[in-house]
Design a protein around this ligand. Structure first.
Ligand code: 0O2
Length: 210
């Protein structure tokens, strides 16, 4: 096994385990027939080239990656509605299989680029044949609209290496604004749906008692 494989092995294990655990939360909501605040979950170990780029950019010495690069293991949880994000974060705070070390709210405070997402950095204990190893992992929680924007912006970022032409920058900010409005519209439709469901349940109960 080369040095990188050895270094990344616990991160890979953490991502695999977290995906199973967090996808399991969605399954449990389905079993309960209640709206799942989690739409889908993805995860990845940061590619070596991206680790090296980020380390150079943020001046992180390679022997300090473990403590200073928080997103070598990354998991994303996508939600339908903005309010679902709060629910998911509360559930994460209540778990006892990892410890939250930091939260970053880029929803209340969006980034200059237009990026919105809620980040939770955790310390996750990986069980290895040599004993327990605690690693840092980043969970990003966002709506489908936030994810759509971030995915497109990320690929353009890759193309332009962060130096967007003014026109593209302006359009991306406009698209971020449109994604924000889409989230707001959907939140309003959600209220309509929930009102309709409450009305339906009440009528059903009344008919049963007649
Ligand atoms: P990748 O390829 O997703 O792994 P910094 O990089 O200084 O802004 P920091 O301290 O590393 O931030 O932590 P932060 O901001 O909580 O998390 C960084 C990650 O959030 C990024 O990882 C992206 O996944 C996401 N992110 C943050 N800002 C943006 C943005 O403007 N656009 C997009 N598309 N994603 C963003 P990496 O390492 O940059 O990339």
């Amino acid at each position: 096994m080369n040095h990188w494989d050895q270094f990344l092995a616990p991160y890979k294990q953490a991502v695999d385990e977290l995906k199973v655990k967090l996808k399991g939360m969605r399954g449990q909501f389905e079993q309960d027939h209640t709206h799942s605040p989690i739409e889908f979950v993805t995860g990845r170990v940061k590619p070596i080239a991206s680790i090296l780029d980020k380390a150079a950019h943020k001046r992180i010495p390679l022997d300090r990656l473990e403590t200073e690069m928080q997103d070598i293991a990354g998991v994303r949880m996508m939600c339908q509605f903005v309010d679902d994000i709060k629910t998911v974060v509360k559930m994460l705070r209540g778990r006892n299989d990892f410890t939250i070390v930091e939260e970053r709210d880029y929803i209340s405070h969006k980034k200059l680029s237009g990026y919105r997402s809620y980040h939770v950095v955790i310390e996750y204990p990986v069980q290895t044949i040599h004993g327990e190893k605690k690693i840092l992992a980043e969970i990003q929680i966002r709506t489908l609209a936030m994810n759509f924007w971030a995915t497109i912006e990320h690929s353009l970022n890759y193309k332009y290496k962060g130096l967007f032409p003014e026109e593209i920058k302006r359009r991306l900010q406009g698209a971020a604004e449109a994604a924000f409005r889409l989230d707001e519209e959907m939140s309003q439709i959600r209220e309509e749906v929930q009102e309709a469901q409450a009305y339906f349940t009440k009528n059903k109960e009344q008919n049963k008692n007649k």
